[in-house]
Design a protein around this ligand. Structure first.
Ligand code: SAH
Ligand code: MG
Length: 197
């Protein structure tokens, strides 16, 4: 029997610079999952499996499908999922989410986008067909360490470009007539977009 605690994943991520969800962000998301009786989740960006494990632990009938393109992180995630004995409820796929095809008949209550920030619109448009009516799309890192609110904190060209992409995504969410989006200033900036038609 391998003993592992959630805190072990948090310190592993901290020590290895793995950008897992911030504590208040993941607590908020888990509370949302519990209160809204969410059972089927699709996650884009597993990293080491931390958020997938946290979400699966909300309730014994929560199921998570999660996608991670990086093989090394995928392997670590697979191991972590086994240590928590959640392999029956977390299905992890080692693939680039923009290449992977998920059948139109696989529908989710919640889709959590937490991968390459420059591609959020692409993820959104690719996977919204897999969202149930009344389902939600959750997006993380819309604050990008506060840079989205105040770009002058960086002089790096690539970072500035990324900031612009995130702003574009925020506008995209605001202007999307099929979703009602609420932005939350917690964690690194979280949005919840409810599908209204
Ligand atoms: N959700 C995790 C953190 C994810 S970090 C948690 O909170 O615990 C973002 C991850 O997305 C990285 O590991 C990165 O490799 C992965 N990623 C980025 N772009 C991706 C893509 N196109 N397809 C699949 N995974 C991707
Ligand atoms: Mg994130």
């Amino acid at each position: 029997m391998v003993h592992i605690r959630i805190e072990d994943l948090e310190s592993y991520a901290f020590n290895n610079n793995i950008p897992i969800m911030q504590k208040d962000g993941i607590e908020f998301l888990c509370k949302y999952i519990k209160e809204n009786n969410i059972k089927n989740i699709l996650e884009i960006g597993s990293a080491i499996g931390y958020s997938a494990i946290k979400m699966a632990l909300v309730d014994s009938d929560v199921k998570v499908t999660t996608i991670e393109r990086d093989k090394e992180r995928y392997d670590i995630a697979v191991n972590n999922i086994k240590k928590f004995n959640l392999q029956d409820r977390i299905n992890i796929i080692n693939e680039d989410a923009l290449i992977l095809n998920i059948g139109i008949n696989d529908k989710y209550d919640l889709i959590f986008i937490d991968a390459a920030k420059s591609q959020y619109i692409k993820f959104f448009e690719k996977f919204e067909k897999n969202l149930k009516d009344g389902g939600v799309i959750v997006s993380d890192n819309l604050s990008f360490h506060g840079l989205v609110e105040d770009e002058s904190k960086t002089n790096n060209r690539n970072t500035k470009q990324l900031v612009r992409k995130i702003r574009k995504y925020i506008d995209y969410l605001k202007d999307n007539p099929n979703y009602k989006t609420t932005f939350y200033e917690l964690g690194d900036g979280v949005a919840i977009s409810i599908k209204i038609k």
